[in-house]
Design a protein around this ligand. Sequence first.
Ligand code: SF4
Ligand code: SF4
Length: 169
Amino acid sequence: MAGDSTRTGYLSDEELKGGPGIPGETRRRKGAVAVLECLEDIPCNPCESSCKFDAITVGEDITTPPVLTEDNCVGCRSCVPICPGQAIFIVDESLEDDKAAVEMPYEYRPLPEKGDIVTALDRAGQPLGDATVTAVKKTEKMDRTATVIIEIPRDWSMRARAIQLKHES
Ligand code: SF4
Ligand code: SF4
C-alpha cells in the first residue's frame, strides 16, 4: 500500500485509521485487544496461526494484510512476540483514571524493569511523555523478543509504540 510510510518508514495515523487490523474505540474500551499495524502486501502469516481464537485472518493468499475480528480477540497476547515485523500491539483502554495500557515487542537490551519510568515514543520516535512500566515478559518460547507493558494517558493509546529508557536519553 502506497502512502506516507513509503517515504517516512513508519505508518501514519491516517494510514492506519480504519485499517483491517485496527480495533474500534468501543472494543478498545472493553479491555485488552490486539492492534495489527500491518498494511503491506508481504508474504507473511504467523500471526494467523498463533491465534487460537480465530481473531486474525490472512487467508490463502499470504500477501493479504491481516484482518482482525475484534470481538473474537480475548487479548491473550500470544500474537505479539510472534510477529517478525514487530507490528502487533495490545491496547487496553479500560483502565481507571483515563489511563490505558499498551504492550509492545521489545528487542533491545537492557530490558526495563517493572516500576521504571520511561519515555513513551510515537511511531516516528518522537517523545510523548513519561510512562510507567507495569510488566516485562520474557520466556524461552519468545526467543529474542520480550514484551513490555506501559501505562499511559488514554489519549496516547493509539500513538505510543516504543519506549526509551531514561538513562538512554
Ligand atoms: S491477542 Fe490473542 S486472541 Fe487477540 S488476536 Fe492476538 S492471539 Fe488472537
Ligand atoms: S505476523 Fe506481523 S508482519 Fe506478518 S502478517 Fe502478521 S502482523 Fe503482518
